[in-house]
Write a protein of this length. Structure first.
Length: 171
């Protein structure tokens, strides 16, 4: 009665050899990373010169003037790179004022905390026919994150008399 079971669940010699090779390859794949890291441990980078920048980033604080001093001991190429990053981050510090998003230009968007590239993107949106009818319309911009929107929202004053009428029911 079990002859027909043996017929389906027995392996030929080449199949058995293939199973053994497959098991050995699986074991090799499982053991290889442990052996590699045993002989070559992971080297951790020295982040001490960026410690103040990392702490400021983690806390979400704006960068201080002191951070430019952390790059003083580095070579000239990394110093240039680090100072340009610091300049870009400082540029994102916002000065808030009442504004109509349909009427301000790139410089004003930069003053509101956007980068030059983001401000140009907003202006391109407006040139292509984009209009802002209410403060929530700012969230349609890809460059606008939620946190920045809630900081800007109290300062948005849109002059609807200068805009064509629009049907808000479809929103």
């Amino acid at each position: 009665m079990f002859k027909w079971l043996e017929k389906y669940f027995t392996f030929s010699r080449t199949e058995r050899n293939g199973i053994v090779v497959l098991i050995l390859l699986c074991l090799l794949v499982l053991i290889a990373p442990r052996v590699y890291f045993y002989f070559k441990p992971v080297e951790h980078a020295d982040n001490s010169k960026y410690k103040a920048e990392i702490e400021a980033f983690e806390k979400g604080l704006p960068l201080n003037e002191d951070l430019t001093d952390t790059t003083a001991g580095a070579d000239s190429s990394s110093t240039h790179h680090d100072t340009t990053i610091i300049q870009k981050l400082k540029r994102r510090q916002a000065t808030y004022f009442e504004f109509d998003p349909n009427k301000i230009g790139v410089e004003d968007w930069v003053r509101l905390g956007f980068t030059e590239k983001q401000a140009q993107s907003i202006e391109l949106y407006k040139q292509k026919g984009g209009k802002f009818y209410r403060p929530q319309d700012l969230m349609r911009l890809y460059v606008m994150d939620e946190e920045h929107y809630y900081k800007l929202k109290p300062f948005v004053k849109i002059d609807l008399s200068a805009l064509p009428k629009r049907n808000y029911d479809r929103y």
